[in-house]
Design a protein around this ligand. Sequence first.
Ligand SMILES: Nc1ncnc2c1ncn2[C@@H]1O[C@H](COP(=O)(O)OP(=O)(O)OP(=O)(O)O)[C@@H](O)[C@H]1O
Length: 645
Amino acid sequence: MRDKVLIVEDQFIEANDLQLMLEKAGYQVTGIARSVQQALELIGQEKPSLVLLDIYLKGKLTGIDLAKQLREENIAFVYLSANSNQDVLAEAKATQPYGFLVKPFREKDVLAALEIARYRHEHSLESNFRREAALQKQLAGLNTRSVSWQDTIMKIGMALQPYVSFDFLRGEFKDGDPTRYTRGFLRIGFNEYQSMGVSEFLVMTGLSLPDYEVLLRSDHADPIAAVYAGRAFEELCSRRPLKKVVAGYFGMASCLSLPLYLSGGGTFYLSFYSRSADTYTGEHLTLLNRLQQSLAETVGGALAIKEATKGLETLKEVPLASGGNSTGISGFEGIVGTSHRLLNVFDSITQVAPLDTSVLILGESGTGKERVAECLHRLSPRKMKPFIKVNCAALPASLIESELFGHEKGAFTGATDKRIGKFEQASGGTILLDEIGEMPIELQVKWLRVLQEKEIERIGGSAPIKVDVRVIAATNKDLEKEVAEGRFRLDLYYRLNVFPIQLPPLRERKDDIPALADHFVRYYSRKAGKNIAGISAGVLQELQAYRWPGNVRELEHIIERSVLLTKGDTIRDVILPDQKESKHAASAPRVKTILENERDHILEVLKQCDGKIWGAGGAAELLNVPPTTLQSKMKKLGIRKEHMI
Ligand SMILES: Nc1ncnc2c1ncn2[C@@H]1O[C@H](COP(=O)(O)OP(=O)(O)OP(=O)(O)O)[C@@H](O)[C@H]1O
């Protein structure tokens, strides 16, 4: 069946050119609309599968207004735009388009954009269906019979968390006594929540019961599900002071409210709050609206049980986290931290790990992208199969192809044997393409074919080989910028970007620094055979004030170094790059070279080991390199025995 495309464009000539172009390529054009109004009429008559959408149109409404509606109706759309200002582009991007074409465009750009849009739409639809089915199953399987109503709300919240992420969830039954059936759940770990009834809420927020009751009476809930972010959230808080208390006390920045109409009468409200302003979108509303009935049945059942078993509540309060040192969550081993930004990453991992979808991990260098890729593999049904890593930046362009796809014997000079490429080695498992932004542009087109057709061809091979591999790509580059500058193919970017996971830089999750520092102190202290218990409060303050351009990797190196230099049982001094520069500023304004730093580091370790290189407690062991390597490095760096004392 031919794909149906609607063109929404007020420039007559451009719209006609597009129509000719599309029809020539085999698309069926369902019409040309010059305004949002006209577009809606045409969609009403015949639903297109794709819309090409200009931002500026005739009439008051813009393409961005129409885009919001298209999202709700699940119709894919690609923006056509002349160079617009940043604000308009940001607003357009927030509607999550399936592509962007900047005028003037060539025919092949239009056709490629439509292809990509269709692919992405099918994939997101497919994964949405799978997600929703999984969630429905989980909700239906909730055992609400033997637990209290609070436990039921908590279980619902936990089941929804990967899909509708929240840092605070409030459930309340508004009809009748306002202090009954009200519960808040503050997220304090991946699967840990502090449950609070009205009295705990009052203690925490410092409100008196009479004040609370006054606030409750003026708190008129929404009759339909709604999302509030940015100015709308501020406005909501000014209208509804109870929301303001939650936002102010727990630091929330957006909210999604969902009324559940219970069959036994009355309405139960679920309010999801997030510390990030951009958490909730129309897609969350669509999902929750579809789940509304089953949620209402589950909650209604739980409240009815409560009536029948008054006094039999068994909710176990989850204690507040005591600044734990690791997530302790199975599958996330090795990833330390419980900041809300990191918990959101865990939610995304939980959501996508079991599927076969490609994942693109984005984040600055040292934020833990490789760790996340390992988790995705470990939590997937492919966990018993290989996990193969390829660092695209470390391979010379001439070798990448044979490294990835392998070669036949005699394929080129020097190919004396057949070689199985990394892709085939990962068969049945997962391949991580690290530093994907460095992949040479000539190879990108081959890679695109592999993703599309799931088959590879060895160099010198005569036939393609089918392979079943899940692809995870990672980069610290801004791929959209790379695309704009012609270094990365747009089509490959869209193929990879089906499920992006953005890792926050360490400076945006400083609450994780104490746990990370503690983790590294214990690890390196054990490794060096020392007995260092922790770091002083002053050092911790310095660590929290620093900006961490090198992220967790930099923190790890600094702690490792401090462990080696510390004599007592507590780290009381730490040399951070800025500090080091300013300490040396007066006497030596020159910045040290990497080799000089390496020399200093080796010397410090050698001094600490009294010049011992080999064996237990020797410098080679502490530096985790073979003794022969250390000796040749020392020679190269001009380190001699007399320097060590
Ligand atoms: N949350 C974390 N908990 C514990 N260790 C971490 C965490 N995040 C990163 N690390 C450690 O920091 C170092 C860098 O992590 P990783 O190699 O995964 O980063 P990356 O983002 O892939 O970096 P690059 O872009 O430079 O390849 C590793 O030693 C890793 O173990």
